[in-house]
Design a protein around this ligand. Structure first.
Ligand code: MN
Length: 287
């Protein structure tokens, strides 16, 4: 579909640029951890963003064998590649290029994420979204969205926007979540294009550029960089422009303002709840 975007929108600016840290997770998957640790407070309700992208199978072939989660949601968005998911609630799904998987771990899920390819490019993101205290022990939930299940629109400037969650310029996304109201867009700007989208004033927001370079006002955000967007009270959203072909994700959500206590794959509100999660996992009561 073709849609008009808001123009002359008062835009947030880039408060800070963040370079991810190269690390390894699962059984030896190389990735860049863009959001973790101290940024969890600033970017509440988001707990983690991992970017992965390699055409060397040694970087991804080991995958993520069985491991637990409790207390939050995981959103895996595949730009390229094939990954199979299985979990302790009996869900199984194949995640393919352009698709997305949304899992609410709630009180607990044990799952595996295993590549279904022996060569070629594997690229995408995993985002962790916190659950409010009252929903941390909810029943686990999971859904796969194939490429065609994610709504897309194209602007008059030729900007293509995939609406993974929330809504943008009147287009509702694949997922809507209460409380944290996440907005998650994959935005492709051709050289010379501009783009605006509204972001609720209450939300924390960031962009992560994975191809090219985008300008937010006068501030360039280069490829493989996160730009944390200012919480400017009078801003209505963000305006982006590109002088080269550029691709980025835009993520925003309403902060929970609750204590965050993380121990690896468990994110709760108190140390006692973390001890309980470990005990439940050891006793086989988590998945
Ligand atoms: Mn996982």
């Amino acid at each position: 579909m073709n849609t008009a975007t808001q123009t002359a929108l008062r835009s947030r600016s880039v408060e800070r640029l963040v370079e991810g840290v190269a690390t390894s997770d699962g059984a030896g998957v190389s990735l860049t951890r863009v959001l973790s640790g101290k940024l969890q407070q600033r970017l509440d309700p988001f707990l983690m963003l991992d970017a992965f992208g390699s055409d060397d199978p040694d970087d991804y072939i080991a995958g993520f064998p069985d491991h637990p989660h409790r207390g939050f949601e995981t959103i895996t968005y595949m730009l390229a590649g094939r990954m199979r998911h299985r979990d302790s609630a009996g869900h199984e799904g194949l995640l393919e290029t352009g698709g997305m998987q949304w899992m609410i771990a709630g009180r607990g899920a044990i799952h595996s994420e295993i590549p279904q390819q022996k060569d070629g490019l594997m690229e995408g993101f995993q985002l962790w979204l916190n659950l409010p205290a009252r929903n941390k022990m909810a029943a686990p939930w999971y859904k796969d969205f194939q490429r065609a299940d994610i709504p897309e629109y194209t602007t008059g400037d030729g900007v293509t926007v995939r609406v993974i969650a929330g809504s943008s310029n009147g287009v509702a996304g694949a997922m809507t979540r209460e409380v944290t109201e996440p907005l998650y867009l994959d935005i492709h700007l051709p050289a010379g294009a501009g783009f605006s989208t509204a972001i609720p004033g209450s939300h924390n927001a960031f962009i992560y550029v994975y191809r090219g370079k985008v300008l937010v006002g006068d501030t360039p955000v280069e490829s493989q960089r996160m730009g944390i967007l200012s919480n400017t009270p009078e801003a209505e959203g963000v305006t982006l422009s590109a002088t080269e072909n550029t691709r980025l994700i835009l993520v925003a959500g309403k902060p929970l303002n609750e204590p965050i206590v993380q121990y690896g794959p468990f994110v709760m509100n108190t140390q006692e709840e973390i001890h309980q999660a470990l005990e439940d996992y050891r006793n086989g009561h988590l998945g």
